[in-house]
Design a protein around this ligand. Structure first.
Ligand SMILES: Nc1ncnc2c1ncn2[C@@H]1O[C@H](COP(=O)(O)OP(=O)(O)OP(=O)(O)O)[C@@H](O)[C@H]1O
Length: 304
């Protein structure tokens, strides 16, 4: 369990994290979302005692990270996977970590197996690809078999198979009852992985809610219709106060009506319908709606 109360971090005139209060509970994957510069890494660094809060407080299992007796047994974290001595082999890197944290040596081979690095365990880390480096970082996070895990952009550099692997791993860790807190900019991936979301924008917590609720509260779905009499159906819909737009491949997108309402209207006027699909809103749409005002850097021509 991670608990933040009024957590605040200032860097000079910049407020990186602004009175953030949230709880990350066990047994589920909690996604940590926010635009670039929103304060995610700063928050994670404060959880791990790497940055000192300007105000407020954050604890892991009720204790400040710096007060934990055996930190790696309580919290495993992947923050910056490149932060490894390049001349060492993967196995030696993990052995050093195990030794300095009083963890059993046999655990090193267990985690190497777990992340699929056993075959390259003797190779110097400097020759590792980005994806192999991510796996090694994850192995280090798992070394102490901790109940709380934090991953900052874990899918960074992973290929599709690797992305699926990390998703399955995180879900399994949560099913085992662990607290899993993960930041990512990959919305479609997050939609498949997280049960719960904490969303931050310009340092402030904008949402702390379940995945389904978050999407439903922040975006609306629409109905996709195909009909050989689409023009007529569109006229009926707009005169009834519905908003319509052009969809892909000559379909019509109807906003503010259910499939049943569109189907009934068509039937009432003897119009043939070839497709009637409810298109649910995506996490990406909901995220963009909520954080639109909190985005610091927009590319020219990007709708806000
Ligand atoms: N050491 C620092 N000194 C000064 N400002 C900092 C420092 N670290 C972070 N900041 C600022 O704090 C804000 C939050 O940064 P942070 O890296 O936490 O955001 P983030 O959500 O992790 O972003 P990203 O998604 O781009 O990784 C930014 O405005 C950043 O420039």
């Amino acid at each position: 369990m991670i608990e933040a109360r009024g957590l605040t971090k200032r860097y000079g005139a910049t407020i990186a994290v602004d009175h953030a209060s949230f709880t990350v509970g066990p047994g589920r994957v909690t996604g940590f979302l926010g635009p670039n510069g929103a304060g995610k890494s700063t928050t994670m660094r404060m959880i791990l005692g790497l940055d000192r809060p300007t105000a407020g407080d954050v604890t892991v299992n009720g204790v400040h990270y710096r007060s934990l007796g055996a930190p790696l047994r309580e919290v495993g974290a992947l923050l910056d996977a490149t932060d490894v001595h390049g001349g060492r082999s993967a196995r030696n890197h993990l052995r050093c970590l195990a030794q300095s944290n009083g963890l059993p040596r046999r655990r090193v081979d267990e985690v190497l197996d777990l992340v699929g690095l056993r075959d390259v365990a003797r190779r110097p880390v400097r020759g590792f690809s980005l994806g192999m480096g991510q796996r090694l970082g994850i192995a280090a996070a798992l070394l102490g078999d901790p109940g709380v895990l934090m991953f900052d952009e874990p899918a960074n550099g992973l290929d599709p198979e690797g992305i699926r692997w990390i998703r399955t791993l995180m879900r399994r860790l949560a099913q085992e009852g662990r607290t899993v807190f993960v930041s990512s900019h990959l919305m479609s991936e997050m939609a498949l992985t997280a049960d719960h979301l904490v969303v931050i924008g310009r340092g402030r917590i904008l949402a702390d809610t379940g995945m389904r609720e978050f999407i439903d509260q922040n975006a609306a779905g629409h109905v996709r219709v195909r009909s050989p009499q689409l023009g007529e159906l569109a006229r009926l819909l707009t005169s009834g106060g519905r908003r319509v737009g052009d969809g892909p491949d000559g379909s019509l997108l109807v906003h503010g009506a259910s499939p049943a309402e569109v189907g009934d209207l068509a039937a009432d006027h003897a119009l043939r319908v070839h497709e009637l699909t409810l298109v649910r809103p995506s996490l990406e749409e909901a995220f963009m709606r909520l954080t639109g005002d909190a985005v610091e850097y927009h590319a020219a021509g990007t709708p806000t």
